[in-house]
Design a binder for this molecule. Sequence first.
Ligand code: HEM
Length: 128
Amino acid sequence: SAGGSLYERIGPEALSALVTRFYMLVAQDPDLAPIFPNDLTLTAEKQLAFLTGFLGGPPLYHRTYGPPRLRARHLPHAITPTRGRAWLACMARALRDTPQIGEAEARELHSALTRVAAHMVNTAEEGG
Ligand code: HEM
């Protein structure tokens, strides 16, 4: 539908399906898997909570974990430009794999996340 926040237009079930699919792809990605925990349960819970607020829904992440300060929270992880691209590619594929999310919403979400992802890059490309 036209009105409402992106969160309302996507809905909690589709958002949850997206996040689940996304971390299945992250776990299989050779650039990303090494920097993520083996058990992605809590990571996925945090991401779902974050995206809920980010897209205009209730501020679930903030309530449980405090201010997101995402760039600071990512500093312990070496996020190279390659990993930024891999993250966005997993997200693009997860969006395609989640047919409950309409094309317009998928496009909007992907462009918003492209900006956030660029902000998370904190490390020059590793050797090779
Ligand atoms: C946590 C990688 C971009 C949101 C993490 C963690 C890693 C990571 C390794 C720690 C996982 C854990 O220990 O549970 C990356 C990479 C990115 C990226 C490689 C590529 C640019 C993003 C973006 C967002 C985001 C764009 C937001 C839309 C989060 C959140 C957490 C997280 C909410 C949990 C923070 C916490 O511990 O409370 N990310 N991330 N990340 N990431 Fe990212």
